[in-house]
Every structure is written in C-alpha cells, then in structure tokens.
Ligand binder design. Structure first.
Ligand code: ZN
Length: 474
C-alpha cells in the first residue's frame, strides 16, 4: 500500500501498493501545504490509484463533465478548494471508447490552511478594488491592454500556498499575453508572459558613436518581454525620466528625448555584455543596473561603476557632452563589471590601475579603436588612448589612469601582433590568474605564465619582445 504521512509539512510515499490510506487534512500535520502527484497508466501492470477518500478527487468527480477528446473520454479539471482553483493542480483520467480506464494522472495539494482560503475569498470579493489599486501603481497594466480574465487562485510558493488575484491582460495588437498575480493590496507579486517567439526587442539607436553611424534598428537581447526596457541581467533607470516602456518591445524615440539617451546607453551596455558572452564566454553571476541623468536637471560628468551599478551623467556641456551616446565611455563602465568579476580587483591603488587598463582594453578591442571618450569628451579628440608608447618603470607615476595606460598599451601592442581574439582571451586568463591583489610589478610574471598556458609556443616570443620593448624587463 502507499502510506501518505505528514512530516515537516511534507508528504512521503512509503510504499506503493493497491490501496491508499490517507492521513490528510487537518490533524497531525503542520500548517504548510504540500503537494503530491502521480501518474498511472494501464501499461504499468499495476492497479490504478485509489482516490475515493481524497476530497479533491471526490469534488472533481462530482463537478466535472467527461469530455470526448477524439475517441477518448477525458475527465480533466484543476483542484478547487471551496471553489477556488489551486494553480498547477489537476486530475485527469482517460477512458477508451469502450469505457476502459487507460490512464490517471494528478497533482493535488493537501493541508491548505483555512485562513489562506479565507484570504482567497476576501480577494475574490474585492477584486475590482484590487485592480483599481494595481492600475494606480502600475499604469502599464492598463496601457493598450484589455483584461481578458481575472480570478482568484491559490498559488504554490515557498511559504506553502498563497492566494492571488490572477489577471490576464491581452495586448491585442501585439499578440501578447501578460498574466499578473496581484495580492490584496494590488501589488504585482509575479508576472508571466506568453511571448510569441520573439524574445529580442528592437531599439532604434546608433550602433556606434553618432558621428560614426546612422540611426537604425538594432536588437536588444533577451528583454523580459513585459514592455519595460530590461532583461534578466540588465536594467536601466533615470534620475529624472521614467524608464522607457513599449508594449511590443520596439523602442524608438526622438534623438532629443531623454528616453533616447536611456535607450542608447542600454544598447551599448547590452552590446558589451553580449560581446563578453559570445567572444570570451564570460557571463556575470549578477545583474547590472544603469542609472542615467546623474545630477538630475543639473547635468554632471559622472561616469563610474560600483557593485553592479553603472552611473552616468549627461555631461556638463563643457568638458563632456552626451555621455550616454559615447560607446567607449558606456562600454568602459560596463567592462568594469567583467574585470571585477574575472579578477576580483578593487578600484584603488595598483589594482585600480589594472581595473582601468582592462576596462579600456576590452572596450578598445570591442570597438576596434584605442581612444576612450572619443565622442563625448569636448576638450580634445579623446580623453585617453591605449595606443601609446609609455614605458614601464620609466613612466610610472603612481597615478591610477597614468599607470593603467602602460598596462593597456602593453596589451594593445600584443594585440597588434596576435590579433584581437587571441589577445582578448589572453587578457581574460591574465585577470583570473592575477587575482584581487595584483601589483603592477606582477605583470611580466603573470603574463608569461598565462601565455605559456594559453598560447601556442610559437607565439611566446611575441610576449617577451613586447615586455622588453615596453620597458618591463628594465
Ligand atoms: Zn574606469
């Protein structure tokens, strides 16, 4: 027989036999609901499950009509408790045209607390009010959408089972359905999106700096699909402007709109992330958030990265202008996340020089040009370039950016001989081996070590001659 026992809120199957003894419902069990599922078919050679004493089964048998599906007779329904559906539960039995039982499958919930059911009834009784509250908090809920269905549902969660108002919104012209789970305060606890095959959105942006490219439709990877400009790994917000929203995930703004800069910066970071994933096989283990328009209505020259956050001002119009449109600055800040992830390097002192050097280096490789700040910096053609001839030991001055240029310049020299792909890979392994406390003087040893591991021996001499020529051996 099988014995279903309650223990620590769970149900355990002890033995599978013919007859079912149930120890269910209110006594002996904790408050936390549990679920149990089974699948039986006539081919198993075993007896079908005996569910005569299970409330959910009795209820379904009483309430549900048998359907004819093709030539089979199917009885199929979710479990309901006092009329309220328990999401994810079901019972199904299939009979042959002759009436022979062919299969039984089900998932039932047990031990749902009475107070939870009472809350569910309250939600059901106040659902119009809940929807009103939700619309006030989330105007998007109402935006071009039509509520196709709303009903109270009990949902399995880490807390057992929780009641929600499940609202299904149809965005008719985009063939898209979004389901919102609202709590009694009208807050969205969970959404699920039935997308129609397209996961990528489109942004009408510059593919590089505005001076070097035309506005055109570019892919925005892996958008969540709920209309907000965000993926599971990247989000963006502005200090003064709402986050762009587009029901069909196509984002297009006038170039003068603040939303345009939000979109453009999002695109550059998204491209950077895609490059690290595709070219170097590096995926961050946490998500990035971009905040734009730092300084609010008084534009600043802010551009920095800290703990998963990229902060960008617009530029004061004197030293920098249109920072979010400069792919080297936005890309550099995003690259910091990868440098930190690979190496654990901090931003201060000598580790800080490495951090700057490799954020520049990866950005330069990706954009195919060594100048940083080439679009937004107004005082010169660019802020700095890694295509320089500064020498180790001779030109060090302890300045974070100054010293970083010797490191990045060394790698840029290697890139000129070995090419972008090999050198970017080398840089990746270099950072991993260097680790959090890397000193500048560690560079020759670590570089030689990773070159011997990750380059063919015929390329080793390249590393040595660049180290020599850049003054690292003096
Ligand atoms: Zn930096």
């Amino acid at each position: 027989m099988w014995l279903l026992l309650c223990s620590e809120g769970g149900i355990y199957m002890v033995k599978k036999y013919l007859i079912l003894f149930l120890v269910i419902a209110s006594f002996g069990c904790g408050k936390k609901a549990s679920f149990e599922s089974q699948r039986w078919s006539i081919h198993s050679g075993q007896q079908p499950p005996q569910l005569e004493n299970v409330e959910a089964y009795k209820d379904i048998k009483k309430q549900t009509k048998v359907l004819k599906v093709s030539d089979q007779q199917v009885l199929r329904a979710p479990q309901r408790i006092e009329g309220i559906e328990v999401e994810g539960t079901w019972y199904q039995e299939v009979k042959s045209p002759k009436g022979e039982l062919i299969s039984v499958s089900y998932k039932f919930a047990y031990d749902i607390d009475k107070s939870i059911v009472a809350q569910a009834h309250y939600i059901e009784a106040t659902k119009e009010e809940i929807i009103k509250k939700a619309k006030a908090q989330f105007p998007n809920l109402d935006h071009e959408g039509e509520i196709a269905d709303k009903h109270t549902i009990l949902v399995e969660s880490s807390l057992g089972v929780q009641p929600f108002l499940k609202v299904t919104v149809l965005y008719s012209n985009e063939n898209r359905i979004v389901t919102y789970y609202l709590n009694s305060a009208g807050r969205v606890k969970k959404t699920s999106i039935n997308k129609h095959d397209f996961t990528d959105g489109i942004g009408v942006v510059y593919s590089s700096a505005p001076t070097e490219s035309e506005l055109k439709s570019e892919p925005l990877r892996n958008l969540k699909g709920d209309g907000v400009l965000a993926s599971d790994h990247l989000s963006i917000e502005s200090a003064i402007s709402p986050t762009p929203f587009s029901q069909n995930n196509i984002f297009q703004f006038q170039v003068d709109d603040r939303e345009f800069d939000i979109l453009q910066a999002y695109y550059f970071v998204d491209q950077t992330m895609g490059w690290f994933e595709d070219e170097l096989g590096v995926k961050l283990n946490s998500s990035l958030n971009i905040k734009l328009h730092i300084g609010g209505l008084k534009p600043t020259n802010a551009a920095f990265f800290y703990a998963g956050n990229i902060r960008l001002g617009e530029g004061d119009g004197v030293i920098y202008e249109h920072i979010p449109r400069d792919p080297s600055i936005v890309g550099h800040e995003a690259a910091h996340a990868y440098v930190e992830y690979l190496s654990g390097l901090s931003f201060e002192g000598e580790p800080g020089s490495y951090s700057e050097a490799f954020s520049d280096f990866f950005t330069a490789i990706r954009l195919g040009r060594p100048e940083m700040g080439f679009y937004a910096y107004k005082k010169a053609d660019y802020k700095r370039t890694i295509d320089n001839d500064m020498k180790a030991n001779k030109d060090f001055n302890g300045g974070k950016y100054n010293d970083s240029l010797i490191i990045s310049g060394t790698f840029w020299d290697i890139k000129k001989i070995l090419g972008s792909e090999k050198t970017a890979r080398l840089a990746k392994y270099f950072l991993i081996e260097l680790g959090p406390g890397g000193k500048i003087s560690d560079l020759p040893d670590v570089l030689t070590s990773v070159a011997h591991q990750h380059l063919l021996s015929e390329d080793w001499h390249v590393i040595e001659s660049v180290l020599e020529q850049r003054g690292w051996r003096n």
